[in-house]
Design a protein around this ligand. Sequence first.
Ligand code: GLV
Ligand code: MN
Length: 195
Amino acid sequence: ADPDPLQDLCVADLSASISANNFPCKPLSEVTSDDFVFDGLRKQANFTDAFGVTVTTGNVLSFPGLNTLGIAMNRVDIEPGGINPPHSHPRASEIGIVIEGKILAGIVTTENVYYSKVLTAGQVFVIPRGLVHFQLNVGRKKALTFTAFNSHLPGSTVLPLNLFAAAPSIPVEVLTKTFLVDEDAINNIKSKFVF
Ligand code: GLV
Ligand code: MN
């Protein structure tokens, strides 16, 4: 989904003050072998959120060597019973492989058609660009998945956080009218997303 590169390599200079729809390249004289290696997906971070999922991102922001290459990779650790909640990636399709555990992977199209499948180790799934999708751990052990994207910064719109944890908040009236419920129901949901 990203534009094609215009040179062999362009390790991002994330500290540059000017950028236009990408990051400038750091000088070639400063590029080292380490710029092409990322250790950030080696291990699981601590589970920190309400969903029992940790998504560790290997995109241009964490791995500047990806700059302009149109690819990225995540590590997704899900606790038993945990969920990587419904979300979409505005700038990339996603391909994933289950390494361990058992997940229910679901997709919903723009026509509100739902596709899903229970997947185990070695199975590969694909999520078309922009479509809402989730992974629910339906096994008894933790689930580990690696996902890859055709963008160096795929972006992730996580629906519950977008709607209920935006800062500043979306007006409650918008949410009561959107979900056809009263304020208590909205405030109850919001209270769960104060991390
Ligand atoms: C999984 O859906 C991910 O976005 O890494
Ligand atoms: Mn995803």
